[in-house]
Write a protein that binds this ligand. Structure first.
Ligand code: ATR
Length: 264
């Protein structure tokens, strides 16, 4: 029987994951299917259970179920524990929960965008689930500094205390020096909004990265106006998928042609 995989979310119709995993499967010659499943907002666990009963081997999890997937997992990878959220499930005698989002971001920055992180000054905007998921993988690259800035300063402080390791927390108004890398992990872009940032955080050496993809965001356009190079989150999406695929299938697909195909 062909191995079955899926992505669970709500909404899910817009998801590019089926297209990405189909491309990976073709490229690596894997016999598998990958579908998008709309789970009811109050029925995530039931949907996953039904999928396992129908022969599902693994799944991705997207908004708004990543924290629920964390609680549903019978075992957790260390990176899922740090993230407090799960985006990848593998079904064996239980449910293994993993989180490949942070590795996806680091992989996109280092491999695709040639932006090394060691010794760099990194600014992370936001203190929700998206920000939390990438902190440990960023710290593992030994940046010179990691600052978390958030509209609600208390949430940034809570995150900084959770990770220790010299992470600094502040509000947007305390930012007035340049960074090598500014990552937007706030939900502001979804609403077409711009966090209130000082232009002085950007120089011609700065890379401004928005985790959102699919359209130019006010954050990227503001950063570009102030001289920074910019990148959206499409590469991160494909890289996190490749990490999940490698976990399930034991083979790592080549992401570059898949990213290029999605951009056209
Ligand atoms: P996610 O899981 O996507 O991170 P979340 O946990 O709701 O979602 O977090 C959303 C993040 O975006 C928060 O950091 C939020 O700031 P607050 O903690 O102050 O709410 C941030 N955010 C949302 N809209 C924003 C806006 N218009 N400007 C700046 N930050 C915004």
């Amino acid at each position: 029987m062909t191995d079955r995989y899926a992505v669970f979310g709500h909404p899910i119709a817009h998801s590019k994951s089926p297209q990405i995993h189909a491309a990976f499967a073709r490229q690596t010659g894997q016999d598998m299917t990958y579908e998008a499943i709309l789970a009811p907002l109050d029925g995530f666990a039931d949907s996953v259970t039904a999928f396992i009963a129908a022969g599902g081997c693994g799944a991705n999890v997207t908004v708004p179920f990543k924290e629920e997937a964390f609680r549903l997992s019978s075992r957790l990878s260390p990176r899922a524990k740090h993230a407090g959220a799960v985006n990848t499930l593998m079904f064996d005698d239980g449910i293994l929960g993993d989180n490949t989002d942070g590795a996806g971001l680091v992989g996109d920055l280092e491999r695709n965008l040639h932006c090394p992180l060691a010794g760099r000054r990194i600014l992370l905007l936001g203190a929700g689930g998206a920000a939390r998921g990438v902190i440990e993988p960023l710290l593992d690259q030994s940046p010179a500094e990691l600052v978390i800035a958030n509209r609600t300063v208390g949430r940034a402080q809570e995150l900084a205390e959770l990770f220790c390791r010299g992470v600094r927390a502040c509000g947007f108004d305390a930012l007035d020096t340049p960074f090598d890398l500014v990552i937007n992990a706030t939900a502001a872009s979804l609403a077409g909004e711009l966090p209130p940032l000082s232009p002085s955080i950007f120089t011609a050496e700065t890379l401004a990265y928005d985790m959102m993809y699919g359209r130019d965001t006010p954050f990227l356009s503001f950063a570009r106006t102030h001289g920074a190079a910019t990148a959206d989150g499409l590469g991160m999406l494909v890289e996190q998928a490749a990490e999940a695929f490698a976990l399930w299938r034991g083979v790592r697909p080549d992401t570059a042609p898949v990213i290029a195909a999605l951009r056209t």
